[in-house]
Ligand binder design. Structure first.
Ligand code: HEM
Length: 134
Protein backbone atom coordinates (compact mmCIF):
# COMPACT_ATOMS: atom_id res chain seq x y z
CA UNK A 1 0.00 0.00 0.00
CA UNK A 2 1.27 3.45 -0.95
CA UNK A 3 -0.15 5.87 1.65
CA UNK A 4 2.07 8.73 0.53
CA UNK A 5 0.50 9.02 -2.92
CA UNK A 6 -2.91 7.81 -1.73
CA UNK A 7 -3.23 10.56 0.89
CA UNK A 8 -1.61 13.48 -0.96
CA UNK A 9 -4.53 15.91 -0.56
CA UNK A 10 -3.79 18.49 -3.26
CA UNK A 11 -3.73 16.46 -6.48
CA UNK A 12 -5.88 16.04 -9.58
CA UNK A 13 -8.38 13.17 -9.52
CA UNK A 14 -6.64 9.92 -10.41
CA UNK A 15 -3.22 11.61 -10.60
CA UNK A 16 -0.26 11.91 -8.21
CA UNK A 17 0.40 15.34 -6.64
CA UNK A 18 3.31 17.84 -7.07
CA UNK A 19 5.67 18.20 -10.03
CA UNK A 20 5.52 15.60 -12.84
CA UNK A 21 2.02 14.39 -11.99
CA UNK A 22 1.36 10.88 -13.33
CA UNK A 23 -1.53 8.41 -13.01
CA UNK A 24 -1.88 7.42 -9.35
CA UNK A 25 -0.18 4.03 -8.76
CA UNK A 26 -2.46 1.11 -7.92
CA UNK A 27 -0.89 0.57 -4.47
CA UNK A 28 -2.11 4.11 -3.61
CA UNK A 29 -5.69 3.12 -4.55
CA UNK A 30 -5.29 0.01 -2.38
CA UNK A 31 -4.19 2.22 0.54
CA UNK A 32 -7.19 4.57 0.08
CA UNK A 33 -9.63 1.68 -0.06
CA UNK A 34 -8.09 -0.21 2.86
CA UNK A 35 -8.51 2.91 5.02
CA UNK A 36 -12.10 3.23 3.73
CA UNK A 37 -12.98 -0.34 4.72
CA UNK A 38 -11.20 -0.06 8.09
CA UNK A 39 -13.12 3.07 9.06
CA UNK A 40 -16.30 1.61 7.58
CA UNK A 41 -16.09 -0.95 10.39
CA UNK A 42 -15.66 1.85 12.94
CA UNK A 43 -18.50 3.87 11.38
CA UNK A 44 -20.74 0.80 11.26
CA UNK A 45 -20.14 0.11 14.97
CA UNK A 46 -20.97 3.71 15.95
CA UNK A 47 -24.03 3.84 13.69
CA UNK A 48 -25.27 0.47 14.99
CA UNK A 49 -24.94 1.70 18.58
CA UNK A 50 -26.69 4.99 17.65
CA UNK A 51 -29.54 3.06 15.99
CA UNK A 52 -29.87 0.78 19.03
CA UNK A 53 -30.02 3.74 21.41
CA UNK A 54 -32.54 5.52 19.17
CA UNK A 55 -34.79 2.45 19.33
CA UNK A 56 -34.99 2.89 23.12
CA UNK A 57 -37.19 6.02 22.84
CA UNK A 58 -40.65 6.23 21.24
CA UNK A 59 -39.82 9.53 19.50
CA UNK A 60 -36.77 8.08 17.76
CA UNK A 61 -37.66 4.36 17.52
CA UNK A 62 -38.73 4.32 13.85
CA UNK A 63 -35.69 6.44 12.91
CA UNK A 64 -33.45 3.99 14.76
CA UNK A 65 -34.99 1.12 12.83
CA UNK A 66 -34.46 2.93 9.50
CA UNK A 67 -30.86 3.79 10.41
CA UNK A 68 -30.12 0.14 11.20
CA UNK A 69 -31.72 -0.95 7.92
CA UNK A 70 -29.79 1.67 5.91
CA UNK A 71 -26.57 0.54 7.57
CA UNK A 72 -27.14 -3.08 6.53
CA UNK A 73 -27.88 -1.95 2.96
CA UNK A 74 -24.76 0.29 3.02
CA UNK A 75 -22.51 -2.59 4.01
CA UNK A 76 -24.12 -4.80 1.34
CA UNK A 77 -23.77 -2.21 -1.44
CA UNK A 78 -20.18 -1.59 -0.35
CA UNK A 79 -19.23 -5.27 -0.50
CA UNK A 80 -21.22 -5.76 -3.71
CA UNK A 81 -19.30 -2.90 -5.27
CA UNK A 82 -16.14 -4.89 -4.73
CA UNK A 83 -17.56 -8.28 -5.74
CA UNK A 84 -19.26 -6.99 -8.91
CA UNK A 85 -16.44 -4.58 -9.85
CA UNK A 86 -18.13 -1.21 -9.28
CA UNK A 87 -21.29 -1.25 -11.41
CA UNK A 88 -22.34 2.42 -11.56
CA UNK A 89 -25.81 1.77 -10.07
CA UNK A 90 -24.26 0.11 -6.99
CA UNK A 91 -21.65 2.88 -6.62
CA UNK A 92 -24.39 5.54 -6.80
CA UNK A 93 -26.60 3.57 -4.34
CA UNK A 94 -23.61 3.32 -1.99
CA UNK A 95 -22.92 7.07 -2.16
CA UNK A 96 -26.64 7.79 -1.77
CA UNK A 97 -26.85 5.44 1.21
CA UNK A 98 -24.10 7.36 3.00
CA UNK A 99 -25.94 10.66 2.37
CA UNK A 100 -29.23 9.17 3.58
CA UNK A 101 -27.58 7.96 6.82
CA UNK A 102 -26.20 11.46 7.47
CA UNK A 103 -29.64 13.01 6.90
CA UNK A 104 -31.27 10.43 9.20
CA UNK A 105 -28.63 10.91 11.92
CA UNK A 106 -29.22 14.69 11.85
CA UNK A 107 -32.99 14.27 12.07
CA UNK A 108 -32.62 11.69 14.86
CA UNK A 109 -30.42 14.12 16.80
CA UNK A 110 -33.02 16.82 16.29
CA UNK A 111 -35.87 14.54 17.45
CA UNK A 112 -33.83 13.24 20.40
CA UNK A 113 -33.12 16.68 21.84
CA UNK A 114 -36.53 17.27 23.48
CA UNK A 115 -36.04 13.96 25.32
CA UNK A 116 -33.14 15.48 27.32
CA UNK A 117 -34.58 17.16 30.49
CA UNK A 118 -33.82 20.89 29.95
CA UNK A 119 -32.52 21.26 33.50
CA UNK A 120 -29.56 19.16 32.42
CA UNK A 121 -28.79 21.29 29.37
CA UNK A 122 -25.61 23.18 30.29
CA UNK A 123 -25.40 21.33 33.63
CA UNK A 124 -22.06 19.77 34.64
CA UNK A 125 -21.19 16.12 34.05
CA UNK A 126 -22.37 15.32 37.60
CA UNK A 127 -25.96 16.15 36.46
CA UNK A 128 -25.62 13.39 33.84
CA UNK A 129 -24.47 10.92 36.52
CA UNK A 130 -27.44 12.03 38.71
CA UNK A 131 -29.80 11.16 35.84
CA UNK A 132 -28.03 7.77 35.30
CA UNK A 133 -28.56 7.02 39.04
CA UNK A 134 -32.33 7.79 38.90
C1 HEM B 1 -20.86 2.63 7.21
C2 HEM B 1 -20.24 2.11 6.20
C3 HEM B 1 -19.83 2.83 4.92
C4 HEM B 1 -20.01 4.13 4.53
C5 HEM B 1 -20.68 5.26 5.31
C6 HEM B 1 -19.42 4.26 3.20
C7 HEM B 1 -19.40 5.45 2.47
C8 HEM B 1 -18.85 5.57 1.22
C9 HEM B 1 -18.82 6.81 0.45
C10 HEM B 1 -19.35 8.16 0.92
C11 HEM B 1 -18.21 6.54 -0.74
C12 HEM B 1 -17.93 7.52 -1.89
C13 HEM B 1 -16.55 8.00 -1.82
C14 HEM B 1 -16.23 8.86 -3.02
O1 HEM B 1 -17.02 8.97 -3.94
O2 HEM B 1 -15.14 9.42 -3.00
C15 HEM B 1 -17.86 5.14 -0.72
C16 HEM B 1 -17.24 4.51 -1.78
C17 HEM B 1 -16.98 3.15 -1.79
N1 HEM B 1 -17.17 2.27 -0.75
FE1 HEM B 1 -18.01 2.66 1.04
N2 HEM B 1 -18.91 3.06 2.79
C18 HEM B 1 -19.13 2.16 3.81
C19 HEM B 1 -18.78 0.84 3.82
C20 HEM B 1 -18.15 0.18 2.79
C21 HEM B 1 -17.75 -1.21 2.82
C22 HEM B 1 -17.96 -2.15 4.01
C23 HEM B 1 -17.18 -1.48 1.61
C24 HEM B 1 -16.61 -2.78 1.05
C25 HEM B 1 -16.31 -3.83 1.69
C26 HEM B 1 -17.23 -0.27 0.82
C27 HEM B 1 -16.80 -0.14 -0.48
C28 HEM B 1 -16.81 1.02 -1.20
C29 HEM B 1 -16.36 1.12 -2.59
C30 HEM B 1 -15.88 -0.01 -3.44
C31 HEM B 1 -16.46 2.45 -2.95
C32 HEM B 1 -16.13 3.11 -4.32
C33 HEM B 1 -17.43 3.14 -5.10
C34 HEM B 1 -17.32 4.21 -6.17
O3 HEM B 1 -16.60 3.98 -7.11
O4 HEM B 1 -17.97 5.25 -5.99
N3 HEM B 1 -17.81 0.74 1.58
N4 HEM B 1 -18.26 4.58 0.48
Amino acid sequence: MDFEHGFTLWRDLGMTGGEGARPIPFPALIAIHWVHRFFAIVAAAVLAWFAWRACAYPATRSGGFWLASLLVVQLLTGMSNVVFQWPLLLAVMHNGGAAAMIALAVSLNYRAWPQVPQREVGASASAVSVRAAE
